[in-house]
Ligand binder design. Structure first.
Ligand code: NAD
Length: 501
């Protein structure tokens, strides 16, 4: 272990955690008893720390703790729940630096991005804390004369599974709406990036969150994850990750007759018309695919440019690549860090090699740091939309650039994948902007912009990008169910026997 191991241990100590990842069950930090998991620093490729998989037993304890704590939390007034959530938001801000440092070290994400994501998590708790006392049903004018009203009730315990690309951001994105609506939570972050999720919940408990309401599992999917999906206390599964694992998780949930939300991957089209401001479109295209080293579900991984500007845009992108600052995630100046882990690094390398053998011209930045899982920003030119690299999620800083001739063709190409997560159009023709926004299949679509998301706006996809929605008021619906209450105030019952008419 290295100096970076010491930095990690010091930051964990500053947040009240032990020196290695531990699950957080009923307010206590707990070691697993399963197989060892070693976290590798993606910048040095050296071991950072290791821990034992939580396994099924700890997962079951987590579900029971959430089940025990949830009714008391749901019985609080919405205002009281909201107050705790505002306190959590402030506590996150107060501890932003150690949270951001741990995220940068473990996930390999530039610290400047981590600081923004931590601030966004505080915003999520503040936003949903504001909703906690404003969640109510309707009075429905049924024809029978009954008073019929609905209530939005918490589901009970929900199980959330999150990936490694934006660990604390995704944890806040899911935990905040779940607890605002009165649910208990078991959350399993990726086994590769568990620390900031544990830290977040630990801090939340210091800010007044009852112990046991939110429990964190440090461990593997097939052991800890599978056990939690199957546990009787769990009423819904919320999964954020790859389509392959999403299928496994949704199948396990369906077998136990539990609903699921799936937030999966994408192959989003970033469409540039010849009337667009090309400088803005180029900056947008860089942000869309190179920021976060392309490890973003909404990455603009297909750049569809009008044939008359295709070559110029690629030149601009290739030129701009050399100005992007690649480096140590802990360095304030770094704009793009390494790929987060060895498995993903190998996948991105394989995808580029295959694209090359499929005939792509590979345009890459010339230099990269000597150590670390770095993939230089890369443009694949000369591929067809049907080629493997244009259809498969790469999840790295690699964009397939494909020309089109007409608006109709651009829309058809954008929709010709198995995904439906996001997309964008760059044009100065307002009518065209709306026509394209209407017709491209995507849960999120940007006009002359890319990657803008906010906790107040719904987010999700269709087809292989999943189903259900996170964030905004849609998440309040996902984390509650409607109860319909009928009251008969007539002197004699309106229906002694039979149906209401
Ligand atoms: P992954 O599917 O490999 O893992 C996601 C999570 O599932 C991890 O916590 C993992 O431990 C868990 N898991 C694995 N097997 C399991 C099992 N049998 N039962 C229960 N849980 C199990 O994904 P990843 O590689 O961590 O993340 C990258 C993927 O996530 C990409 O496809 C990306 O597009 C997607 N993603 C989607 C969104 C979105 O909101 N749509 C956001 C971020 C990332």
């Amino acid at each position: 272990m290295s100096i970076r191991t010491d930095i990690l241990a010091a930051q964990m100590a500053a947040l009240g955690l032990g020196d290695k990842p531990q699950s957080l069950i009923n307010g206590a930090l707990v070691d697993g008893a399963g197989n060892p998991v070693t976290l590798i620093d993606p910048y040095t490729e050296q071991p950072l720390t290791s821990y034992a998989d939580a396994g099924a037993e700890v997962a079951m304890a987590a579900c029971i703790a959430a089940q025990d704590a949830q009714p008391r939390w749901a019985a609080l007034s919405g205002a009281a729940r909201g107050q705790v959530m505002q306190n959590i938001a402030r506590t996150i801000i107060d501890h932003a630096e150690p949270l951001a440092t741990i995220e940068a070290l473990v996930a390999g994400k530039p610290i400047r991005d981590c600081r923004i994501e931590v601030a966004k998590v505080a915003e999520m708790f503040a936003y949903y804390g504001g909703w906690a006392d404003k969640i109510h049903g309707e009075v429905i004018p049924v024809p029978s004369g009954h008073l019929n009203y609905t209530k939005r009730e918490p589901l009970g315990v929900v199980f959330q599974i999150t990936p490694w690309n934006a660990p604390i951001f995704t944890a806040g994105w899911q935990i905040a709406p779940a607890i605002a609506t009165g649910n208990g939570v078991v959350i399993k972050p990726s086994e590769l990036t568990p620390v900031t999720t544990v830290a977040l919940v630990h801090l939340a408990e210091h800010a007044g969150l009852p112990s046991g309401l939110v429990n964190v599992l440090c461990g593997l999917g097939p052991t800890a994850g599978q056990a939690a999906i199957e546990h009787r206390a769990v009423r819904k599964v919320i999964f954020v990750g790859s389509p392959e694992t999403g299928r496994v998780v949704a199948t396990a949930a369906a077998k136990a007759l539990k609903p699921a939300v799936l937030e999966l991957g994408g192959k989003s089209a970033n469409i540039v018309f010849d009337d667009a401001n090309l400088k803005h479109a180029c900056l947008g295209a860089q942000a869309a695919i190179f920021s976060g080293a392309g490890q973003s579900c909404v990455a603009g991984s297909r750049l569809l440019a009008h044939r008359s500007v295709h070559a110029e845009l690629i030149d601009m992108l290739a030129c701009g690549m050399n100005d992007i600052r690649l480096g140590d995630p802990l360095d304030d100046a770094t704009e793009v860090g390494p790929i987060s882990n060895a498995r993903q690094f190998a996948h991105v390398g394989d995808m580029v090699a295959r694209a090359k053998s499929d005939g792509a011209q590979v345009l890459s930045r010339e230099t990269k740091p000597e150590t670390g899982f770095f993939v230089p920003p890369t443009v694949l030119n000369g591929l067809l939309n049907t080629d493997h690299a244009a259809q498969t999620e790469i999840f790295g800083p690699v964009v397939a650039a494909i020309p089109f001739d007409t608006e109709e063709e651009a829309i058809a190409l954008a929709n010709a994948t198995e995904f439906g997560l996001a997309g964008a159009v760059w044009t100065n023709d307002v009518g065209r902007a709306h026509r394209v926004a209407d017709r491209v299949r995507a849960g999120t679509f940007w006009i002359n912009s890319y990657k803008a998301i906010h906790v107040s706006s719904p987010f999700g996809g269709s087809l292989n990008s999943g189903f259900g929605r996170s964030s905004g008021t849609d998440a309040l619906m996902e984390y509650t169910s409607a109860k319909s209450v009928w009251l008969d105030s007539a002197v004699t019952p309106r229906i002694a026997f039979g149906y209401v008419s």
